[in-house]
Design a protein around this ligand. Structure first.
Ligand code: SF4
Length: 340
C-alpha cells in the first residue's frame, strides 16, 4: 500500500465521500503531511528544484482531486477508452513510459468523483450499443497501491458487474488486491499482472512488489474467478535471460490453480525506448545501466515521428520463438495475444 509523505487535497475534493475517507485514513498519521489547496497549483506544494529531486518528491505525493469537464481518451488497441480514475504511479521503474508522458506530474492523483466518471462511462457504452465497450483503468497509472483507501477499483468493478455491455480491465505490478477478492465481478473485469525476472525487478523496478507478491496476488484473483492475464515486459536480453524467463514461467505455472475459469492470456513486450524517453531517464536516473546504446538497436519509425529503438530483428525473432514455445509447453490453457 502506498503511504505518501504528503497528501494534497484540491478544492472540492472533500465534498466527496472518497475524499473524506482518504482524509480520515491519513489524518492521525503524523508522518503524513496534509495540505489543502484552493487553487490547482499542485506543483508549488511539492519540493524539488530540478527534475531529479522533483521526481523523487512527486513520487511520494498523493493528490486528491475532482475530474471535471473531461472527455475520455481513446485507448487503442487494448480497449476503447481510458477510464480516468487515477493518474501517475508510486513505482520508480526506470524505463516507465510515464516518465515521458507525465514527466512534470510524477505524483499519483486519484479522482474522487467516481460516480460521475462511471456515469460518463455508461453514456459511452450506450453510444456503442449493441457492441461491447472496453475501458482501461491503468493507461496512465497503476491504480492498485492506492486501492486500500480509495476503493476506486472496488466501486468500478461493481459498476461493470451490473452493466451488460461494458468491460473493465487494468494492469498492475502491485499486490494490494485483498479488498477485490470477494466482489461480485461477474467476470466483467480482467486483471493483468506485469511480470519480470528477479534481476530486472531488482535493477530497474524500484518500489514495486516483488515477483513472489505479484504472483501471489494473481493467484488470489484467479481463485476469485477473475479473468487473469500476464504481461511479460519489458523483456531484456542479457546473459542468461532465457533461463531466467523460463524459470519465471515455471514459477507462475507451479503457483496458479489448475481449474481456472478462463484461459489465461499472455502479452510479451520487448524493451524499447525513444530518444525523448532516454533523455528524461538519464536526467532522473543518471547512474542507470538500462541498455540504451542506440548503435546496438534497430530504429523503428513510428506513427507520429516518435521512432523507437528496438532490438535487432534476429534477436526479436529469437525472442518470439522462445516465448511461443515455452508458453505453449508450460501453459496448456492459455492464449498468447502478441509478442512484440
Ligand atoms: Fe511505471 Fe508501471 Fe513502474 Fe508504475 S509500476 S512506475 S506505471 S512501469
Amino acid at each position: 500500500m502506498f503511504i505518501p509523505k504528503r497528501v494534497i487535497f484540491e478544492r472540492g475534493s472533500l465534498d466527496y465521500e472518497i475524499g473524506r475517507d482518504v482524509l480520515n485514513f491519513f489524518k492521525g498519521n503524523n508522518g503524513v503531511q496534509i495540505i489543502n489547496i484552493t487553487s490547482n497549483r499542485i506543483k508549488e506544494n511539492i519540493p524539488g528544484e530540478d527534475l531529479y529531486n522533483f521526481y523523487r518528491e512527486g513520487k511520494k505525493t498523493l493528490v486528491v482531486g475532482v475530474k471535471k469537464g473531461f472527455k475520455f481518451q481513446s485507448c487503442k488497441p487494448s480497449a476503447h477508452y481510458q477510464l480516468p480514475l487515477v493518474s501517475g504511479c508510486t513505482g520508480q521503474c526506470q524505463y516507465c513510459y510515464l516518465n515521458t508522458n507525465l514527466g512534470d506530474k510524477p505524483y499519483i492523483k486519484i479522482n474522487v468523483n467516481v460516480e460521475e466518471i462511471l456515469s460518463k462511462a455508461g453514456s459511452y457504452i450506450n453510444e456503442r450499443l449493441p457492441e461491447v465497450t472496453i475501458f482501461e483503468g491503468s493507461a496512465t497509472s497503476d491504480p492498485v497501491p492506492v486501492e486500500p483507501y480509495s476503493h476506486l477499483l472496488k466501486r468500478t468493478i461493481g459498476f461493470f458487474a451490473n452493466n451488460e455491455n461494458g468491460r473493465f480491465r487494468f494492469v498492475t505490478k502491485y499486490n494490494d488486491v485483498d479488498s477485490l477478492i470477494n466482489l461480485n465481478h461477474r467476470g466483467k473485469t480482467e486483471v493483468r499482472f506485469t511480470l519480470n525476472t528477479d534481476k530486472v525487478i531488482r535493477e530497474y523496478e524500484s518500489r514495486t512488489a516483488s515477483i513472489d507478491k505479484r504472483i501471489e496476488a494473481s493467484v488470489k484473483l484467479a481463485r476469485a474467478e477473475y479473468p487473469i492475464g500476464f504481461i511479460i515486459a519489458p523483456v531484456f536480453i542479457y546473459e542468461g535471460w532465457e533461463e531466467d524467463y523460463k524459470n519465471l514461467l515455471i514459477e507462475l505455472k507451479d503457483n496458479l490453480p489448475t481449474n481456472l475459469k478462463y484461459p489465461i492470456t499472455f502479452e510479451v513486450i520487448s524493451h524499447r525506448y525513444t530518444s525523448r524517453a532516454k533523455d528524461i531517464i538519464l536526467k532522473v536516473f543518471p547512474d542507470t545501466n538500462l541498455p540504451m546504446k542506440d548503435e546496438e538497436r534497430k530504429y523503428k519509425y513510428g506513427q507520429f515521428g516518435y521512432g523507437k529503438f528496438v532490438y535487432e530483428k534476429e534477436q526479436l525473432d529469437h525472442m518470439k520463438e522462445f516465448f511461443t514455445r515455452e508458453i505453449e509447453e508450460i501453459f496448456k490453457n492459455s492464449t498468447i495475444k502478441y509478442i512484440i
